[in-house]
Design a protein around this ligand. Structure first.
Ligand code: AGP
Length: 629
């Protein structure tokens, strides 16, 4: 998710653009840039880091009343000044701000380079600037002609030196809204950048283009536009599209949700789709992970895999371990980085690889383990003699862990603002599932038929999550019923064993209630002593290979007057004989159930926290990224 803002009107553009970027900074903040057209000169200024770094580079009297600006959340290309938007064509006549992913950019870039274009950045976005450059002879149509070649998602704001009184905007999957003001118009990736200047807005729909002047907005539908034909682009009526913004800045940044945490829980169908985008080749049932290409051969021969991380990231690693052992036949350990960093885990053999899982890419303990695996001694603990292969599963592009691992896969889950890891966790799980598919197909432990089945099941997960989220009111009612309980047990088995711990962690860190995750098989070895009517159990009990075992655990709990909240498979009506409350997840293959079973647990923790008056986005004593030991 990046932040885009464009301004055209009677006032100086730069201050308005910077104010807009500051309001959009929650969407991405690794670099920022601005392009302002002043007479026939464009001032292009970029900076790595937050918007304030860009502001420091701007001269106060930057003229020009037309401009676009961008605050970046990197997906392709490290965070840097050269990769910051706006991106330009060869001669600095076209300026592009983009939010989204251009899936076919590599092919387009090859063709453009062959046709003599010189690229300045590593981003996917820059290809669009050069495509527009190739179509400048078509005047206003240059933008739409270039867009026709793009596959992928975009929210765009573009200015062209030779079209000095216009901003070109377009939307495909990444939201874009136009603020209609008095002698001025603003375009932005969300309304937070527009509030304060106008409340009259037009939301662009997918496949629409807008040509924006200071006193007019022309809407066109890209879909029906035919070129070199008499058929002119379909002009859409603007008047019918105007809406009134009726919310404040805070609401806008949370897209109308009361908290970032809830917004990010509900974002998971989209964030999971972004994590999957372009990474499954269904016809030969392969996972396409560009970030592992350079180590493909080494991965074929690894004999042992260590997955490490902290907190939720570690628990994702435990699920990943089970997936990889089951699908790839590789011995795999999931280790808490805060423990592993003080142990000698180096093999006598060379063929060991490590996967560091981290949303922020900055967690101190995870980084310390990684550095020891790369041979560095840390706090008196020697580093590995044989330089281990290290991979990262990281959400923040260009973060320290991402830069220090040999290879890896970015989550592309977008910035996670809430301290509790929600969409990052499901993204980590899906990336680890893709890595298991990648390894299994490479090593021949997954047949094409089985790979196809896994790929098909993975592809429908975003839709399944949408289905689960429809139960949010029931979950809120259940939280209402249990909000005064002060102890919870979470139990699961096999793939949902780590999910029990993740569910408990969510409840602990959001509502400060004591909650324990436990393997259900361990009940008789101690935990069942705690059970009575004051000690409810959350049980993850999908209809899978250990379902009957789980049911017998639940019968033991019920026999001791323990209340049960069950997460089970849709259609399982027998659960009502044992559980006091139940929630459903759609049927999927067993190894993917954690991606679904965690969703109700996230919502339960959220509602328990809000009902108990906790600051769910910034829980007490916690930081989003633990960069100290
Ligand atoms: C999870 O909800 C917590 N915020 C915390 O456990 C987090 O997962 C852990 O600190 C690891 O962070 P990382 O993914 O950024 O490395």
């Amino acid at each position: 998710m990046c932040g885009i803002v464009g301004y055209i009107g009677n006032k100086k553009a730069a201050p308005i653009l910077i104010e807009g970027l500051k309001r959009l900074e929650y969407r991405g903040y690794d670099s920022a840039g601005i392009a302002v057209l002043d007479s026939n000169r464009v001032h292009l200024v970029k900076a790595k880091g937050r918007v304030v770094e860009l502001q420091k580079k701007l001269s106060w009297d930057l003229g020009g009343n037309l401009g676009i600006a961008h605050t970046r959340w990197a997906t392709h290309g490290e965070p840097s000044e050269k990769n910051a938007h706006p991106h330009t064509d060869c001669d600095g006549r076209v300026f592009v701000c983009h939010n989204g992913i251009i899936e076919n950019y590599k092919l387009l870039k090859e063709g453009l380079i062959l046709r003599g274009h010189i690229f300045k950045s590593d981003t996917d976005t820059e290809v669009l600037a050069h495509l527009i450059e190739e179509n400048l002879r078509y005047g206003d149509e240059a933008f739409s002609r270039a867009l026709k070649k793009i596959k992928g998602t975009y929210g765009l704001a573009v200015i062209i030196k030779s079209r000095p009184n216009k901003i070109f905007a377009a939307r495909n999957s990444s939201p874009l809204v136009i603020g209609v003001g008095k002698d001025e118009n603003i375009v932005a990736s969300d309304a937070s950048a527009i509030l304060g200047r106008t409340r009259d807005v037009i939301y662009l729909n997918d496949g629409e283009i807008a040509i924006i002047t200071k006193d007019d907005v022309k809407l066109q539908s890209l879909k029906v536009q035919k070129f070199n034909s008499s058929k002119r682009p379909q002009i859409l009526k603007v008047a019918e599209r105007k809406e009134k913004l009726d919310f404040n800045l805070d609401d806008a940044q949370k897209s109308g949700f009361p908290h970032f945490m809830l917004k990010e829980i509900f974002e998971q169908p989209e964030s999971l789709a972004n994590s999957l985008r372009g990474r499954i080749i269904k016809n030969n049932s392969l996972a396409k992970l560009g970030g592992l290409e350079s180590v493909r051969e080494q991965l074929k021969s690894i004999e042992r895999l260590i997955i490490t991380g902290c907190g939720t990231a570690y628990l994702a690693g435990v699920v990943g371990k089970l997936m990889i052992e089951e699908l790839c036949g590789i011995p795999c350990e999931a280790e808490l980085a805060s423990e592993l960093r003080y142990r000698n885990f180096f093999p006598e053999k060379r063929n060991l690889a490590m996967v560091a899982v981290s949303q922020s890419g900055e967690t101190a303990d995870t980084l310390a383990v990684l550095r020891r695996a790369k041979g560095k001694s840390i706090n008196g603990m020697t580093g590995s003699k044989n330089d281990m292969l290290t991979l990262g599963v990281v959400n923040v592009v260009g973060s320290t862990i991402a830069r220090e691992t040999d290879a890896g896969v970015y989550n592309h889950a977008g910035p996670e603002i809430g301290v509790a890891s929600t969409k990052a966790f499901t993204s980590q799980l899906i990336i680890l599932a893709l890595i298991a598919l990648f390894l299994g197909r490479e090593r021949g432990t997954i047949s094409p038929k089985m790979g196809k089945q896994i790929a098909e099941e993975i592809e429908v997960l975003p839709k399944m999550i949408k289905q689960i989220l429809k139960q949010s009111d029931q979950i809120k009612n259940i939280a209402e019923e249990y909000k005064n309980f002060n102890n919870f047990l979470y139990i699961g088995r096999k793939y949902n064993f780590p999910v029990a711990f993740e569910g408990a962690l969510k409840l602990k860190e959001i509502s400060y209630i004591h909650a324990e995750g436990y393997g259900a098989g361990e009940m008789k070895h101690g935990p069942i002593a705690m059970i009575d009517e004051n000690f409810p159990t959350v049980a993850i009990v999908p209809e899978d290979s250990v379902y009957e075992k789980m049911i017998s655990n639940l019968e033991e709990i019920k026999a001791r007057r323990g209340n049960i909240i069950a997460i089970t498979t849709e259609g399982n009506d027998k659960i009502s004989y044992i559980a006091k409350n139940w929630l459903y997840i759609p049927k999927t293959i067993e190894i993917l159930t954690p991606i679904l079973s965690v969703i109700p647990l996230q919502l339960f923790a959220y509602y328990m926290g809000t009902l108990r008056g906790c600051d769910v986005d910034k829980p007490r004593n916690l930081a989003k990224s633990v960069t100290v030991e």
